[in-house]
Design a protein around this ligand. Structure first.
Ligand code: MRU
Length: 363
């Protein structure tokens, strides 16, 4: 999407590859909104660390990063023979697959690449991997743009929309999932207002979504996570759209940033439509229950402390919580299908329990 810095606008994706130097280029998301910086990773281990440490985050963005990282690792192979190459590739795959466990996009992206690698030589497969990683990234952007068109009619002129965490273009390669219908509605001249939350534990709504919406000139307010119920009760929210890190094709359960389930319960209580927007790479066709989704527990410091910027522009972490207290920090929760009005995909809007029926088309 367009980023305007010091009066100059330029189009960016969240991740791309410098083929000549075998480096992956990423927007350093931990510095936003205070600093816009591009970083690069020199090898697949650094790429995996960039995912784990959340330099890059969001389902599609880490999917594309893992895909590029797999190709990067394959190109660094210095041994001989296809068997040794395959062993090396399996090691690269494992490292990237473990980088963040809840989201399924990285695994889906890399498995699909591996299934298509059929070149007779190592050099052929390395070249194929680069092309396939680029294809995954392009598809992610195309899917998000398409689901934006599918979801656009849900955004009525004058609507007040709540989105949780960041399922914007920063969380994908481009356009975003939850934000894509908003960008499509804006392009169609509709005027609407967005509430963005996830103000704890990482403040991704206040930090990333708010920055994105401001960059695109969309009217918005940041609300504290606890404010959503009150605004719903007062009729100030018409629609909720969130993203997903893993949507189970068999059950329609949706794993997304912690707090999503709470928003879905509140929306149901107030009769407010609750939509989940996803590209097809976010669907997990294997797991049989949301209970089996690995839920990442992140560092307790995210709960006990907060990051910010001093008036002089220096990034600083400050302790908030009672000294000596410990914290729990599950990063995701699972929303059951009965709380979800519809799943917005590039191929249409589906009831969560209908995904399985349409697996031939969506898989
Ligand atoms: O804490 P984050 O930034 O890793 O949160 C995860 C997500 O990006 C989301 O859950 C998002 O809403 C899903 S769509 C990519």
């Amino acid at each position: 999407m367009k980023v305007t810095l010091h009066g100059t606008s330029r189009h960016y994706r969240t991740v791309w590859c410098d083929k000549a130097r075998n480096r992956i280029r990423l927007i350093e998301q931990r510095l936003l909104p205070h600093q816009f910086k591009i970083v690069s990773t020199a090898d697949y281990r650094e790429t995996a660390s960039a995912i784990t440490d959340m330099v890059v985050r969001g389902a599609g963005a880490i999917g594309a990063t893992a895909a590029y990282g797999l190709a990067q690792g394959m190109r660094a192979f210095r041994g001989r023979g296809l068997k040794a190459f395959e062993r090396h590739t399996a090691k690269v795959y494992d490292t990237l697959a473990k980088a963040r466990p809840t989201a399924v996009d990285p695994v889906n992206a890399m498995r699909s690449m591996l299934a298509q690698l059929n070149g007779p030589t190592v050099a052929d497969r390395q070249a194929q991997a680069v092309a396939l990683a680029g294809q995954f990234a392009d598809d992610d952007a195309t899917h998000c743009q398409a689901l934006g068109q599918v979801g656009e009619p849900l955004i009525h002129d004058g609507a007040h929309v709540l989105t949780h965490c960041n399922a914007g273009w920063l969380a994908f390669v481009d356009y975003g999932s939850a934000t894509a219908p908003l960008y499509a509605a804006q392009a169609n001249g509709k005027s609407f207002h967005v509430f963005c939350d996830e103000t704890r534990p990482r403040s991704q709504g206040a930090v990333l979504t708010a920055w994105e919406l401001a960059q695109q000139g969309i009217a918005h307010d940041i609300i504290a996570d606890n404010a959503a119920g009150h605004l719903m009760q007062r009729g100030e929210i018409d629609l909720v759209i969130v993203g997903s890190d893993r949507t189970l094709g068999r059950t329609g359960e949706v794993a997304n940033k912690i707090g999503t389930y709470t928003k879905a319960v509140l929306a149901k209580r107030h009769g407010i439509p609750f939509y989940v927007a996803i590209p097809l790479s976010t669907i997990d066709w294997e797991l049989e229950s949301g209970q089996a989704i690995p839920i990442e527990e992140r560092d307790e410091e995210e709960v006990l402390s907060a990051w910010g910027v001093t008036p002089r522009g220096r990034r600083q972490q400050v302790r908030i919580a009672n000294p000596g207290s410990s914290a729990r920090n599950p990063a995701f929760d699972v929303t059951p299908p009965e709380l979800i009005t519809g799943i917005i995909t590039p191929l249409g809007i589906f009831k969560p329990h209908q995904l399985w029926k349409h697996r031939a088309k969506l898989g």
